[in-house]
Design a binder for this molecule. Structure first.
Ligand code: NDP
Length: 249
């Protein structure tokens, strides 16, 4: 098992890609804590299910709004007191507020920047010192192909996700001497609630631009994230791994 004995924190684990990563990390032997904001029922159900199927491992769901620095600091501190240490962090929580820039208001800009990019600071900051002290850690940040190609209606989202790539590369250089690796995964279009707002015509157009002619599934993303968290990826840092079925936007 790739993550046997490791302790991992995943943000936005209640639904979608994050929930897929929680499942995969538990299946790979990790003790997992995951943060959620609104979906308390889904989160507690997932934690209960995985705790029942893997009784020798921990799997706990914790309410924490990752865009709130104070809440994030407190939640990470409490988790460190509970778990003792954290070996792996997946910064996955994210939102969209799609609208063309000419019509975008400040709140749509701020909520996407604060959640998607602000959370990188809020969650990573209280953990990095502990990882440096233990001279061991792996961080995986979830960005998007929108950061690389851009996308109509997503100036806020693309800016935040491009910021994640810069953050990943700079932090990876800073902390590599402490044996901490920092990588990013850039999914293409993955079948989750996030893209359920797209109309059928848009979805058909998107599929026609994907070489594999299908949307991705959370199971297409989660194994790579767990590999990057694992010691098998010991010499891999500062990279952005695109998982998009061969997209040509
Ligand atoms: P979903 O909308 O399905 O799930 C989003 C998750 O993030 C939920 O668990 C949600 O928790 C959590 N979340 C959102 N805001 C916060 C917050 N402030 N604090 C804590 N948790 C929060 O999205 P996906 O699973 O599709 O997306 C996951 C990540 O992958 C995101 O970063 C997204 O940008 C990225 N991505 C997704 C793609 C796709 O096509 N689906 C493509 C490229 C990147 P809750 O429901 O409890 O509030």
């Amino acid at each position: 098992m790739l993550l046997k004995g490791k302790k991992v924190l995943i943000t936005g684990g209640s639904r979608g890609i994050g929930a897929g990563i929680v499942r995969e990390a538990v299946a790979e032997g990790a003790d997992v804590a995951f943060f959620y904001r609104n979906s308390a029922d889904e989160a507690q159900k997932l934690a209960a299910e995985l705790s029942a199927t893997h009784p020798s491992q921990r799997c706990i769901a914790i309410e924490c709004d990752v865009s709130d620095e104070g809440a994030a600091q407190a939640a990470v501190k409490n988790l460190l007191a509970d778990f003792g240490s954290i070996d792996g962090l997946v910064n996955n929580a994210g939102v969209t507020r799609d609208v063309v820039f000419a019509r975008m208001n400040r709140s749509q800009w701020d909520s996407v920047l604060n959640t998607n990019l602000g959370s990188m600071f809020n969650i990573t900051k209280p953990l990095i010192v502990q990882m440096a002290k233990q001279r061991n850690g792996a961080i995986v940040n979830i960005t998007s192909v929108a950061a690389i190609y851009g996308n109509n209606g997503q100036t806020n989202y693309s800016a935040a996700k491009a910021g994640i790539i810069g953050f990943t590369k700079s932090l990876s250089a800073e902390v590599a001497p402490q044996n901490i690796r920092v990588n990013a995964v850039a999914p293409g279009y993955i079948n989750t609630d996030m893209i359920s707002i797209l109309d059928p015509d848009t979805l058909s157009y998107i599929k026609s631009r994907i070489s594999m002619r299908r949307l991705g599934n959370v199971e297409d993303i989660a194994p790579m994230v767990c590999f990057l968290l694992s010691d098998k990826a010991a010499y891999l840092t500062g990279q952005v791994i695109q998982i998009d079925g061969g997209i040509t936007l």
